[in-house]
Design a protein around this ligand. Structure first.
Ligand code: SF4
Length: 348
């Protein structure tokens, strides 16, 4: 399978052999992850989301603890202060497997006919430091109505910089609360996914070691499958298998916010599963009979039209429920669905 994948999948029960990623967001008085507890819940990968935070001794200690517990550790940050190669090297020695630098695609000069874009100096330095330290390095961006047109410029820069890839989100987990401002239109979403698929396929054919991952929504892998049918048919079976595996693996990401609230669907406070300050994460995550899990499951059981009649509903389960709040109804349609009516119509 060429290296375009979606990080988001949905299903109502956990599938066998799936990977559980714990995404922990650091805050001022944050809950500090207890790695043995996360591992006891089946976590394979620990993403330390540092916000604008620096790479300090606590981050080094957390990476080392994750490795000792048998997990792969990653950091994600938008470094305001500079990272140095020495700092990242220390982290790599402690067990860091990957560093993702968040970039602001909205910032900087541009031209309506030929969108141009360059990262901020601090972000570019952080990328250089991570590359020098020899960790797998990528960048993460959030697409908005105003920044989608810069995607091609970003991809050019990623390739020029020799990076290992990029994560592209339309609504990043921490951005869910301001999703109204961030939401792109379905047409822009399709444009963005087409651009990403084309770049991923091009990089794959040129044997470049790059991967592109989208965080837009559960319909992304289906878009990739349909794109493959049209443009790279030999990849289509693998794309469909990836979409099925992703759907079977749900819930495959556990979100822990700075207050310690745990969720399988980020950004909807009513779907909080529990708080790690009060109960261990493993208890919250594995006890599927509790009210939070029942509410989460009910949300997907009650999805209405058009998702209920969609031919892909067994893989997508109604798209991104946080976005359905556009209609003030969690059971309503996902307004960011990237597929056309023709693509979602039941096979006749
Ligand atoms: S219509 Fe709904 S279920 Fe179908 S692909 Fe779009 S979001 Fe998913």
């Amino acid at each position: 399978m060429f290296a375009l994948s979606s990080a988001i999948g949905r299903r109502l029960t956990a599938g066998p052999g799936s990977e559980l990623v714990v995404h922990w967001r650091r805050g001022a008085d944050a809950y500090r992850p207890q790695m043995a507890d996360l591992r006891a819940a089946g976590a394979d990968r620990m993403v330390l989301d540092l916000g604008e935070g620096a790479l300090d001794a606590e981050v080094v200690a957390l990476a080392a603890e994750a490795r000792r517990a048998g997990m792969v550790a990653e950091v994600v940050a938008a470094p305001a202060a500079g990272w140095t190669a020495e700092m990242v090297s220390e982290l790599r020695e402690a067990g860091l497997a990957r560093a993702t630098v968040r970039l602001a695609l909205d910032a900087g000069p541009s031209h309506p006919r030929r969108p141009v874009w360059e990262p901020s100096e601090g972000a570019a330095r952080a990328v250089d430091a991570a590359l020098q330290a020899g960790v797998a390095t990528g960048v993460g961006v959030r697409l908005t109505r105003n920044s989608t047109s810069r995607l091609a410029a970003l991809l050019e820069w990623v390739e020029r910089s020799g990076l290992h890839g990029c994560d592209v989100a339309h609504v990043m987990p921490e951005g869910r609360l301001d999703w109204r401002a961030q939401l792109t239109l379905p047409g822009q979403t399709r444009f963005a996914l087409r651009t990403l698929a084309t770049a991923a396929w091009d990089w794959h054919q040129r044997r470049l070691p790059a991967r592109i991952r989208t965080w837009h929504g559960p319909a992304d892998p289906i878009f990739v499958y349909i794109w493959c049918l049209r443009h790279a048919p030999e990849q289509a079976p693998a794309a469909l298998a990836a979409a099925r595996a992703k759907a079977a693996g749900w819930p495959d990401v556990a979100w822990i916010d700075p207050l310690g609230n745990v969720a399988a669907v980020a950004g909807v406070p009513a779907l909080t599963l529990g708080t790690v300050g009060r109960r261990p994460f493993s208890d919250i995550w594995l006890d599927r009979g509790r009210a939070g899990w029942q509410r989460t499951r009910a949300l997907y059981d009650d999805v209405g039209a058009p998702c209920a009649a969609c031919r892909w509903s067994s893989l997508c389960h109604g798209g991104e429920r946080a976005r359905a709040m556009t209609d003030l109804s969690l059971g309503g349609p996902d307004p960011g669905c990237c597929l056309t009516e023709r693509e979602t119509a039941a096979a006749g």
